[in-house]
Write a protein that binds this ligand. Structure first.
Ligand code: BGC
Length: 491
């Protein structure tokens, strides 16, 4: 698109740049509210289940369905999100997610019977699927490359904040057994989220894909604060689009590089779940009561895990664009593997007394801290960064689907597997999954820090080894035999 001639760099007003950055931050923050809904809706059930189960006379099996129907809905929602976010935009998909949350919240809070409750949880789940697909994608598409990791991680931070809020509100409302309030109160953040989605602009990449170039340029100018930067970025996006017309499936067939990033995305999301965080978050009270904690102590220890989860995610956000993705992920998998192995030993050797209790809580907190510094945020960040534009929707939807299905599977088999191989056996198995996650990180995960999405895309299409797709093009260590012409990189 030919817009006004770019202003010389010296004339770029620092105040406009600051304003642009602030706008991008605000829009990403608004989209990040999708994560709040994700955290609240997945976290709230733990505290409500016992009371609703009693009132609705739900058997254990029915309760399992009440819990897991959300995850199945989310898995379906993450696939449905592809056509919705393609035709209605990432912003449109987030708006529909809000409407689904509202319907689901209403059905759940007022449910007169188990089938209505399950229907409500499916609506919530589809909303979570829409949100968990479109919000990180939106954030990645409006953010400058130097801040992208941090901004996408805001999404993760808000998820953990939502979970912590849900745990706290459950604990308070539990005194009167007010389960309908626990669920119904979620209508407040839901309405805020819907309003927020009406205030953010469409993603410039999506607008460019629709041929709405002037709107794309004006959004870019708003979030970059400079006409010159907006023009340059739009040119890069357009060049990229020209090369990427066609479906994600077609790209999957034709591009071996995309097949690799597609598979890596799925692996990262599966192993994020196999790491075991949700077993802990959904079942911590059960595990702790099994270890002779009082019911009250178990609830507060679970809230402590929620707090550790949130604090460590904040820490990861500070470090993700400084240290990079790989060091965080690798450190995180090592901490998770060691802490779960030791936890398994604790269970195996029946260490009891005060020492045993303190050790149990300490190890679970350490595991949670470890997960949240890398295994939590990195898969979400990386899945939005490594996929080429033409296949991004398909790849993110499939990896998000893998995340939810694995979440559903692992949470559903946990209790039965524990009864077969013992509690220590389960935690050693989880430690094993975390060790495999380390190997995946070590051998396959690239460092994408500071690399633009277009640069990554060119290297994916040139089929460079996965580990190298994020190397800055200026890097002397780039493997030259694989690289695409450097002159093409900068639009
Ligand atoms: C995972 C969720 C998990 C949450 C905990 C997210 O990255 O996708 O399944 O509950 O982290 O913070």
């Amino acid at each position: 698109m030919k817009t006004a001639a770019p202003e010389p760099a010296s004339q770029v007003d620092p105040e406009s740049l600051r304003q642009g950055r602030q706008n991008a931050f605000l829009f990403a923050g608004a989209a990040g509210l999708a994560g709040l809904m994700f955290g609240l809706d997945t976290g709230v059930i733990a505290g409500a289940l016992k009371f609703m189960g009693a009132e609705l006379q739900a058997s254990d099996r029915a309760q399992e369905w009440i819990v897991s129907s959300l995850m199945l809905g989310a898995a379906a929602g993450s696939l449905l999100a592809i056509p919705v976010s393609k035709h209605r935009g990432r912003r449109g998909a987030m708006f529909y997610a809000g409407l689904l949350f509202l319907i689901g919240t209403g059905l759940c809070a007022l449910a007169p019977s188990i089938p209505v409750m399950i229907a409500g949880r499916i609506f919530l789940g589809i909303g979570v699927g829409f949100a968990s697909f479109s919000a990180p994608l939106y954030i990645a598409e409006i953010t400058e490359k130097s801040r992208r990791g941090k901004m996408i991680s805001i999404y993760q931070l808000v998820i953990t904040g939502g979970m912590l809020l849900a745990l706290l509100s459950d604990s308070l409302l539990a005194y009167g057994g007010h389960w309908r309030w626990m669920l119904g109160i979620l209508a407040v953040p839901t309405v805020l989220f819907i309003l927020a989605t009406t205030q953010v602009p469409y993603s410039p990449r999506w607008l460019a894909m629709q041929g709405r170039k002037h709107e794309a340029h004006s959004v870019l100018q708003k979030i970059r604060g400079s006409k010159q930067q907006a023009t340059e970025e739009l040119n890069r996006i357009e060049q990229n689009l020209k090369k990427t017309s066609g479906s994600g499936l077609a790209l999957l067939k034709s591009s071996p590089g995309f097949r690799k990033t597609f598979t890596l995305g799925i692996l990262l999301q599966m192993f994020q779940q196999l790491a075991g965080i949700n077993i802990l978050l959904y079942y911590a009270p059960h595990i702790l009561e099994h270890l002779h904690f009082s019911a009250q102590a178990a609830v507060w220890c679970t809230t402590l895990l929620g707090l550790a989860n949130m604090v460590a995610t904040g820490f990861a956000i500070l470090l993700i664009d400084r240290w990079g993705r790989r060091p965080l992920l690798l450190t995180s998998t090592i901490i998770a593997t060691i802490s779960l192995t030791l936890f398994g030993f604790l269970l195996y050797s029946h260490v009891g007394g005060t020492f045993g209790s303190v050790a149990v809580v300490t190890l679970l907190v350490i595991f949670t801290l470890g997960f949240a510094t890398g295994e939590g945020p990195i898969p979400w960040t990386m899945c939005t960064e490594i996929q080429p534009l033409q296949g991004r929707g398909l790849a993110i939807a499939c990896s998000t689907f893998a995340n939810w299905i694995t979440n559903w599977l692992i949470s559903n088999v946990f209790l039965s597997v524990m009864s077969v191989i013992g509690d220590f056996g389960v935690f050693w198995t989880l430690a094993g999954f975390n060790a495999v996650f380390f190997l995946i990180g070590y051998f396959l995960v690239p460092e994408t820090k500071g690399c633009s999405l277009e640069e990554i895309e060119q290297r994916v299409k040139a089929n460079v080894p996965l580990r190298e797709i994020g190397q800055p093009l200026s890097s002397a260590s780039s493997s030259t035999q694989h690289t695409v012409p450097l002159g093409m990189q900068k639009g």
